[in-house]
Design a protein around this ligand. Structure first.
Ligand code: PEP
Ligand code: MG
Length: 575
């Protein structure tokens, strides 16, 4: 049946494809006494054989797409599946207890998992416990006749439907086949939305119910420009969206022409348009979209993509790759910002009631100095390969900045004592994403080299509205006069001390916000690479004197977000 739903438009573009549900299946079952033991033994055999074929397929795909290290995990799974001790014990349990295959499988697997997990000082056995858990899940699913989704094996064009996507889900998505995704939860600035923009695939988040509304294989249209989702659409809607997709492609081709141009306003003022990245792989998009710098390298993805802490050398290689890849253009590297919606299993963070207000980012770094120093050593070693700027996230107090800077200086001394060369020209700045730091920007500006305004967090903290919670997303108001007033104060404070102010929150690429930010004198705009060319195209039409007037009016005369929007729309519509 045709349905029309809406969500939050998280990544531009239009996609038409079949739904692929990336959802954990229900594996509940009842323990039963059976009359026909042989039947259970046969069912077990069949489920094992089917699992064998599935795991081999996933292994082959992982080997071809990801590499031998990633494929190794599935080799280990095959070993578990073919372990005679495990299989015989399940068979013996079925026969001895006259029980169904599901119950026998679970009983034996739980016994092995418990045994291996209790060997807490043996990481090898702990990993085997994780392997048994994964394999058991697959065999159980095959016994119950349900599917375990595996995005790595997708071989046709699909739109992923999920509750939310983890960074590792997103990393596995093959852009050749995955044309877009839709989630139940999240907002424009949740990490899955940010990843969609860096992959340049359309996405809609925060629909609330998409996993209930869509079946596997339903035909879907998603419009990442305005948040519309059509399930099993009519021929008319399909035709309409084919046309919309063509128009969008044409529009993109127009923007493409600006790829090698500088970002200059109508009256000849230059603004730096930079890109946000999560991994060195994102440099491709940075160059393809003509970015003038990297304004935010979110290093936490390096930690999140790994099963354990990345070593100093692994980090060094990643930072060097980005600095070299930018050929002398500035790269702002943010020290890791774990916490909030970005989890790191091996750090074993305690469960928190309010993770966005808790143990996060610089708070962890200042507490776990070993980890912080390793990152800073890697960064300073890489500094000679390009134009490095180091940025600390989630700074609330000057004391935090001073402590972080002191650690940075001590690491530098250590390296110099080891005769390791470090660049003499590294700017050190902070993210302004906590209202306390924004209000006190005039004091911070005396000590830092630059500010980068993190509006994703600054808005959630100023409005007290969780950026992940779609029920309060109406409070996510970049153009609220309160936010604009804070931004103005941050920019003016930086300029008063001869420093520069940038913005790396999503607002920097928001087409209604850009005229205001130009008017407020923001120096650097850093955004998803996919937003750069349309922003350059817009800026070419703006006159800075007019925008200054517009921004002053918005900050001084407007009292609601609607008034600001009306004011900006009037200007933008007449460009
Ligand atoms: C921000 O808060 O605006 C920001 C850029 O950081 P993140 O989205 O990674 O929290
Ligand atoms: Mg932030």
């Amino acid at each position: 049946m045709a349905k029309h739903l809406t969500g939050i438009a998280a990544s531009d573009g239009i996609a038409l494809a079949k739904a692929y549900r990336l959802i954990e299946p229900d594996l509940s079952f009842e323990t039963k006494t059976v009359d026909n033991v042989q039947e259970e033994l046969d069912r077990l055999d069949k489920a094992l054989a089917k699992s064998q074929v599935e795991i081999e397929t996933i292994r082959d795909v992982a080997l071809a797409n990801l590499g031998p290290k990633e494929a190794q995990v599935f080799e280990a799974h095959l070993m578990v599946l073919n372990d005679p001790e495990l299989v015989e014990q399940i068979q013996t349990t079925i026969k001895g207890k006259n029980t169904n295959a599901e119950a026998a499988l679970k009983e034996v697997a739980d016994m092995f998992i418990g045994l291996f997990e209790s060997m807490t000082d043996n990481p090898y056995m702990q990993e085997r416990a994780a392997d048994i858990r994964d394999v058991t899940k697959r065999v159980l699913a095959n016994l119950l006749g349900v599917n375990i989704p595996s995005p790595a094996t997708i071989r046709e064009e699909v739109i992923i439907v999920a509750k939310d996507l983890t960074p590792s889900d997103t990393a596995q998505l093959n852009r050749q086949y995955v044309k877009g995704f839709i989630t139940d939860i999240g907002g424009r600035t949740s990490h899955s939305a940010i990843m969609a923009r860096s992959l340049e695939i359309p996405a809609i988040v925060g629909t609330g119910t998409i996993t209930e509304d869509v079946k596997q294989g339903d035909m879907l249209i998603i419009d990442g420009l305005d948040g519309n989702v059509f399930v099993n659409p009519s021929e008319d809607v399909i035709a309409e969206y084919h046309k919309k997709a063509e128009d969008f492609a044409q529009q993109k081709a127009e923007w493409e022409k600006l790829k090698h141009e500088e970002t200059i306003t109508k009256d000849g003022k230059h603004f730096e348009l930079a890109a946000n990245i999560g991994t060195p792989k994102d440099l491709k998009g940075v160059h393809a979209n003509g970015a003038e710098a990297v304004g935010l390298y979110r290093t936490e993805f390096l930690y999140m993509d790994s099963a354990e802490f990345p070593t100093e050398d692994e980090q060094f290689e990643a930072y060097k790759a980005v600095l070299e890849g930018m050929n002398g253009k500035a790269v702002v590297v943010r020290t890791m910002d774990i916490g909030g919606d970005k989890e790191l299993p091996y750090l074993e963070l305690p469960h928190e009631m309010n993770p966005f207000l808790g143990y996060r980012a610089i708070r962890i770094s200042l507490d776990r100095k070993d980890m912080f120093k390793t990152q800073l050593r890697a960064l300073l070693r890489a500094s000679v390969y390009g134009k490095l700027r180091i940025m600390f996230p989630m700074i609330a107090t000057l004391q935090e900045f001073r402590s972080a800077k002191a650690i940075l200086n001590s690491v530098k001394e250590e390296l110099l004592a080891e005769n390791i060369v470090v660049s003499e020209d590294i700017q050190v700045g902070i993210m302004i994403e906590i209202p306390a730091a924004a209000v006190l920007a005039h004091q911070f500006a005396k000590e830092v080299d630059f500010f980068s305004i993190g509006t994703n967090d600054l808005i959630q903290y100023t409005m007290a509205a969780d950026r992940m919670n779609e029920q309060v997303s109406y409070l996510y108001q970049p153009y609220n006069p309160s936010i604009l007033t804070l931004i103005k104060h941050v920019i003016d404070s930086a300029h008063a001390q001869g420093k520069w102010a940038g913005m790396c929150g999503e607002m920097a690429g928001d087409q209604l916000a850009v005229p205001l930010l130009v008017g407020l004198g923001l120096d650097e705009f850093s955004m998803s690479a996919s937003s750069i060319l349309k922003t350059r195209s817009l800026m070419k039409k703006l006159d800075t004197t007019d925008m200054k007037r517009l921004a002053e009016k918005a900050v001084n005369d407007c009292s609601t977000v609607d008034e600001v929007i009306a004011l900006v729309e009037e200007v933008v519509n007449n460009l």
